[in-house]
Design a protein around this ligand. Sequence first.
Ligand code: ADP
Ligand code: MG
Ligand code: MG
Length: 903
Amino acid sequence: MPRPVVNGDHPYVFAFGAQTDGGAEMRELLGGKGANLAEMAKIGLPVPPGFTLGTEVCNYFYDHEGRYPDTLHDQVSAALDELEEQLGKRFGDPNNPLLISVRSGARESMPGMMDTILNLGLNDETVEGLAHETGNRSFAFDCYRRFIHMYGDVVLGVHAEGESEEEPFDLIYRSEAARGGNIDFVELADRYKNLILERTREPFPQNVIDQLWGAIGSVFGSWRNDRAILYRQRYGIPATWGTAVNVQGMVFGNLGENSATGVAFTRDPATGENVLYGEYLLDAQGEDVVAGIRTPRNIAELVTEMPESFEELLGIRDELEQHFRDMQDFEFTIERGKLYLLQTRNGKRTGQAAVRIAVEMQQDGLMDDRTALLKVPAESIDSLLVPIFDPQALSANEAVAHGLPAGPGAASGKIVFSSDSACLAADRGDKVILCRTETSPDDLKGMLVSEGILTARGGVSSHAALVARQLGKVCICGASGVTINYEDRVLVVESSGGKQIVLREGDDVSLDGSSGAIYVGSIKNIDSDVHQVLTGRLESTASQNFRLFETLMTWADRHRRLKIRTNADTPDMADQATTLGAEGIGLCRTEHMFFAEDRIDHMRKMILAANEEQRREALAELLPFQRRDFYGLFKAMAGRPVTIRLLDPPLNEFLPQDEDIQTALAERLEMGVGFVVDRIEALHEQNPMLGCRGCRLGILYPEITEMQTTAIFEALAEHGKDDDALIVRPEIMVPLVGFRSELADQVAIVRRVADEVMRSTGVEIEYEVGTMIEVPRAAITADEIAWEAEFFSFGTNDLTQMALGLSRDDMGSFFDCYTSKEIYSGNPFSTIDEIGVGRLIEEAVQRGRATRPDLKLGICGEHGGDPASIAFCHRVGLDYVSCSPFRVPVARLAAAQAALQEL
Ligand code: ADP
Ligand code: MG
Ligand code: MG
């Protein structure tokens, strides 16, 4: 529990170290960094002591024009006294100075916030004390000049003004370095101080208490700087969260060859492998690792360079995982052989790593299967199913270079050297690989459209690696044999044999993001090994990914309540979906069966028919095609339920608009050209999507519904004769119903024809008739409609279109503007608009079940494969979701998560 620093006062300051006030559960008050520093200190991990000013202070600061609570100064100085006591040093003492870092830390890690200030407490006197104490004057002044630089930049605002100006501190640094020999840090510190005097007309602050409050004020001030506001808006972080400030005793990784600093993950964040993963720099201070000034070394090399510290890190890795029960991303510093931890948090990971880590942590007893399921973002499962390089093609090629495998997967494409050319080429439909020396946030656009990303420099904490982990991109970074020359637009590979290969923009390369190997040319892809096992082409023992997939899916199926169906129109799609775990078909679009070349003309003949007789003639020609298609589909579904939608689209989608083709058609159908042109003209509609489509077609032309029903039941009868046990129970679905009477009209036809077929074939078939709910009127009169319907399937594509009065095909012109003005909270065609469309669905569920308590409910719109929408479907009590075949695994996982979240 928080301990009031000054008796009776509200606590604003929380210590960590010998005595620790907070813990991981206090994230809201202490920020993520502060809460976990406290947690680590509490469980005895080696954390330099310090204290945290809570987020409440930030809110107070903004509510009171930049003032602090009255007791804050006393609480800070009490905490500082305690810190001095623990470390045996005094803040501002020229003989034995305490140095601290001041670090921001919101609830969620937030780029855009103030940069950390290290070495605070140095001035012209204390720097001599540090020099004396460490016996290393150059080190002391290096710390001092770093401090002046950071403080000058962040607190005093001395930085480049405008794009053309160079960073003024860097300019001075370079001119010093250019003089050759060892850098004179004493001289450098002087020049930095002069720069500050020139720019601010004030000398660099020598009073250490002033330094501290200056830094604290800057952290709070940065909560409302433009960068932070922008970031918060994008990610929906409320301004009221505020940031905390962490003040912490300094430790030094730059005290010579037995000192180091680094970042590490408790498992490989790219593959999920259970190994210590990370990088470090010898004789360096914190920011150097991320800044990319020197290329860090792989953590594995620490075994030989500092064996004892490496052993200690392995122990810490276990302790962190045992305690936090998740993969951790942590910062460490080794000061003259002694190891310190400076930060830990749950590590970001690729989809593949997310699955592997969750499964293996369950197996290691670190979490149960429920927790493991919730730890894997549903989309991640996809990364086990993406195509891989054909091993044969791969062995015929030799890798020309290797880099760090930062984003698993296989990618081939044309080389591009900039974000802009990536976007241009992608617009043309080319697959591209973005190749950069290093990436920066400016490259994001290009990274998004690329198949893969290759960088010549940078390690596991580089921007490219970070983005690859978050976006699931194939990525190889820090490929040291690769040099990229932007000016000549060439990529030069220095292969191990000393050979040079020069590649130009537009040349093909292939990246194996799982091994880090780079190949010249494009390499053939094949199905993922998971697919291969699922389809019997590979032994399950040969694929680790398959075992991961199978384990996670088994857990998911155990916990989910929603059934998962698929939208499929062909036996192939049905096979693909059932292989991935689909339990039925939620939407078979029969119109897709009419577009194939051997039947489209029969369809057109039916549409162009001048009277019922001609129409029936054409329908009779279509019947065998349709029956055969259904037969194939039912066979593939082997007894699983299949929902078949009667003909839905406006008829003129089947007709040619081009005059020459119309003429040719007239000849083939032996109709007059004039007649065909006139009929097509007559079928033209102003708003086809709101015209003669859906159930209106079957009401206008009952013979269409009759033919489709005949085809369905004859196919079933045939199938039933072949194999009685696997006979499908069909659900015949009437589209675009808004009135009970519309549905009643069609149901009567279906039942009559079904009876006729059953009588004539002698095969008894159980079936259901129901409707799509996709017209708002149907949703709000669902109690009426349910008298006629044995099931509802929410057609959320049309329901969204009609509820919002928004055509999905025409929203392109204004959707970006809507997004940037935050008019819509997201794309309503990707994730159900719960407040509007969702309310229609809930209304329909309640009304429908009031009339018919055993009404079966499902969803067949695009939303059926979207995790957030699946959670909604679970909450409102649907029986199943139906999605495209390749989304089935994602839906299984999302459905389980929805069920577990409810507990
Ligand atoms: P960020 O949120 O950008 O990672 P941090 O506050 O974690 O910023 O700090 C930046 C760098 O400074 C990190 O490498 C961190 O380990 C290092 N650092 C912060 N405080 C200290 C300290 N007290 N002693 C040594 N290094 C520190
Ligand atoms: Mg950090
Ligand atoms: Mg529809």
